[in-house]
Design a protein around this ligand. Structure first.
Ligand SMILES: [Zn+2]
Length: 262
């Protein structure tokens, strides 16, 4: 999760266990407008094999669907699913198995939104991207789901926009939310945890390191300057916070926001 950053540095912020692993979550943002229910990313879902679960020390269960149901949202009611990118830990939850182990859509009525570049890379069978995408389930998704393919930036519904960032993947996108007073940005894997608020703290999984540094710096500056909310997709402790500028390349957590806001 910290690429070339030496372990003695990151271990202080994010202590590893005896297997060199750190605690992570897959935080999905749910935005409720009058008629629309918009999900940003879907986690890894319930289809990991027991071997994959063991390798990742991943929890089983369907916490996204269960948590939505706890706030009265049935999967059928979700109108939009926006993917920051299509890696398995972001898109895996969009499909699930029925009782006969056949794939089905988790959110059957939703429009699924992604960048064209991300779709191309996910289905491109490029040898260098092997293992990054779960191709059969993505093929099923593109075949069965309503999809909205974006090239660059677009407003998905009033007040919710996507913006291609590249960096983590060539087709990675951020999601901008305009609030009544202030808004926020879901940065996906450009800044997965509060430990990544330094532009040089990037992941070994980032396909384009320098693009992550450049884009993260620009967006974190904007978030700090405009007092926007930053949503962290993999932080196990903080889901959302305001940030403060420490230097031209690093930022720190300001006010932490609760995981649910009205
Ligand atoms: Zn991720």
């Amino acid at each position: 999760m910290f690429g070339v950053v030496p372990k003695p540095l990151w271990d202080r912020k994010s202590p590893a266990n005896e297997l060199n692993r750190i605690q992570l979550d897959t935080n999905c943002l749910c935005l409720i407008r009058e008629k629309e229910i918009v999900l940003c990313d879907t986690g890894f879902g319930t289809k990991l094999s027991s071997k994959e679960q063991m390798h990742l020390e991943a929890s089983s269960g369907n916490c996204l669907v269960e948590n939505l149901e706890k706030v009265g949202i049935q999967p059928e009611a979700v109108t939009h699913v926006i993917f920051s990118h299509l890696h398995f830990d972001h898109a895996g939850g969009a499909t699930c198995f029925d009782s006969h182990q056949n794939l089905q859509l988790t959110f059957p009525n939703a429009v699924h939104v992604m960048q064209e570049q991300e779709k191309t890379d996910a289905l491109g069978n490029a040898p260098e991207l092997e293992g990054n995408y779960f191709v059969p389930e993505l093929k099923f998704l593109f075949e069965k789901a309503r999809c909205q393919i974006i090239n660059g930036g677009a407003e998905i519904i009033p007040g919710i926009q996507v913006e291609k960032t590249g960096g983590h993947t060539a087709g990675h996108q951020a999601i901008r939310i305009r609030g009544e007073d202030r808004g926020g940005i879901y940065l996906g894997d450009l800044c997965p945890t509060t430990s990544h608020l330094n532009i040089f703290w990037t992941m070994a999984y980032d396909a384009f390191q320098l693009d992550v540094r450049r884009k993260k710096r620009a967006l974190l500056n904007e978030i700090a300057r405009d007092e926007l909310t930053l949503f962290f997709d993999h932080d196990a402790q903080f889901q959302a916070a305001n940030i403060l500028r420490k230097s031209s390349t690093s930022f720190e957590v300001g006010q932490v926001l609760p995981s649910r806001v009205e």
